[in-house]
Design a protein around this ligand. Structure first.
Ligand code: N01
Length: 487
């Protein structure tokens, strides 16, 4: 058993950024538990062809660790992963990560005022204790397979985009892909030129806007390195642009304008009116994640691509069958069917002061004070927790706001000589009521789509309902009266 001041679960952007900020502010004894063999979280797990960031690189980095070396306006997965690795190395975080440690349970020990965490490893079970536990496990870390009859009967290779099997050859084969979300629209153009046939099974057509990805010229990169303020200026411009992009999500009149403008992208890229009609979204823009692509629509017009919009009745050993009886023969089946962020897999295993788990307390609808701590769970902090996701900007900005709040709360705990801290029930309830009211007028509630933003109770427990600036202002100050400190 080993004891640490802080244990962080997960080594993606959130976990690594938190560890850096903790060390910078004087907390040296930080250990990160990572179930994978390498760091990076979602950026090491998702390795499908075409995988790239759909937020501009200049904004998809921490303000305290800018990267003047980004080679494209939208970094590819290998480049994001490499950036994260070099960040962890440069700040002495890599040696603090314990790889291959999958957290099985975490229990608050009130007697010793600490968390007891059990992990499983390749060789057995390990027990850890920590004064403070920070969950940085990501919202999009556990892929879901679709609930389609016969799925397991498929005879050829079948895998989820987040579990890409690069050993399976796709060249010259008949490939099917289920889903047309953010992952699918990156995979489809990347593999379309290589495969013999590509069947795209679409249940809901997404809104897709132009991406305008391009190489960042060497001279711009040099300028960013020599005069960092020029990169900060570019970052500010992107930040403000994204804040404007958010407005249609709250205002129906602006939504209609956005739909008209963004609808031109489909019109300009798909000439065939029949195909266009099948690709046209039928819900309010932003209700599901707004996607960016320059090559998805063109790929859909190629002669080796079939768009299937009729529901799948079942998967059979040699392909998929629709409810109208069409049988698509396939060699390989790809599942681009997303993740389940509203049922965090670790929630049943994290047990708080009253002996109840996060899953029991949440009952299918996660709630947290300011998105980063939960009443009844002392010395526990969440990164990328309930209602901290974004549909319009860089989630790294949200992480930075959470780092500030968590560091601030820990500083007050230290200053008061307290052993533990948790938000009060009243403060959390007030905050959640305010959030729910704010959500009522957003496109996510009224846009006429079914999305993973809403949990099984119909509540939006994933997204922050305003622009990023408001969250940063809210979390930039600690209000000690919102927390209970125990000596
Ligand atoms: O998953 P999704 P994703 N039968 O849930 C369909 C992030 N991300 O992996 O819309 C048939 O968006 C489903 O259909 P429908 C980003 O935050 C970021 O693509 O539910 N179809 C949908 O089309 C994103 O939002 C980047 O009707 C079924 C698709 O599968 C999040 O990850 C890149 C089905 C799932 O789409 C998730 O994106 C990629 C069924 N039974 C992803 N079940 C960046 O660039 C599901 N579908 C940063």
């Amino acid at each position: 058993m080993s004891h640490h001041q802080v244990l962080i679960v997960g080594s993606g952007f959130a976990g690594i950024g938190m560890a850096i900020r903790l060390r910078e502010t004087g907390t040296e004894d930080v250990v990160l538990l990572e179930r994978a063999a390498t760091l990076g979280g979602t950026w090491q797990a998702n390795r499908y062809p075409g995988c790239a960031c759909d937020v501009e690189s200049v904004l998809y980095s921490f303000s305290f660790a800018p990267n003047p070396g980004w080679t494209r306006t939208f970094a590819t997965q290998p480049e994001v992963e490499a950036h994260l690795r070099s960040l962890a190395d440069a700040h002495g975080i890599t040696e603090r990560i314990r790889f291959g440690e999958e957290v099985r349970s975490a229990r608050w020990d009130a007697v010793h005022a600490r968390w007891e965490v059990v992990t499983s490893t390749a060789t057995g079970v390990c027990t850890w204790t920590a004064d403070t536990l920070i969950l940085a496990t990501g919202a999009l870390s556990d892929p879901i397979r679709p609930d389609i009859p016969g799925l397991e009967s498929f005879g050829g290779p079948m895998f989820h985009t987040a579990e890409w099997d690069a050993t399976v050859p796709l060249d010259g084969r008949r490939v099917g892909i289920i889903g047309t979300g953010a992952s699918a629209i990156q995979v489809i153009p990347a593999i379309q030129p290589r495969v013999a046939q590509l069947v795209v099974a679409q249940r809901t057509p997404p809104w897709v806007m132009p991406r305008r990805d391009r190489a960042i010229p060497e001279r711009t990169r040099q300028r960013y390195a020599v005069r960092p303020w020029t990169q900060r200026l570019a970052r500010l411009a992107q930040y403000l642009r994204h804040e404007v992009l958010f407005l249609p999500f709250r205002h129906a009149a602006l939504r209609r304008v956005a739909e008209a403008v963004i609808g031109l992208h489909l019109r300009s890229q798909v000439r065939d009116p029949a195909l266009r009609a099948r690709l046209r979204p039928r819900y309010g823009i932003g209700c599901k994640r707004l996607l960016l692509s320059d090559d998805f629509y063109p790929a859909m017009t190629r002669s080796n691509v079939t768009l299937e919009t009729t529901a799948i009745r079942r998967i059979v050993p040699d392909g998929i069958e629709t409810v109208e009886g069409t049988h698509h023969r396939l060699d390989v089946l790809l599942l681009a069917t997303g993740f389940r962020p509203t049922d965090p897999p670790l929630a049943p295993a994290v047990v708080g002061a009253a002996g109840r788990s996060l899953a029991e307390v949440w009952a299918g609808s996660p709630r947290a004070h300011l998105g980063c701590s939960v009443a009844g769970f002392p010395n526990l902090f969440l990164l990328n927790g309930p209602n901290t996701g974004l549909g319009h900007s860089s989630v790294l900005l949200m992480f930075e706001a959470q780092f500030a709040q968590i560091l601030g709360v820990l500083a007050v705990r230290r200053a008061r000589g307290a052993r533990s801290v948790a938000p009060t029930e009243a403060a959390q309830a007030r905050y959640v009521r305010w959030l729910d009211a704010a959500h009522r007028t957003t496109v996510w509630q009224s846009g006429g789509c079914a999305s993973w933003y809403l949990d099984r109770t119909g509540r939006n427990s994933t997204l922050w309902p305003y622009g990023v600036g408001r969250y940063r202002r809210l979390l930039g100050r600690v209000r000690p009266e919102e927390y209970a400190f125990d000596a």
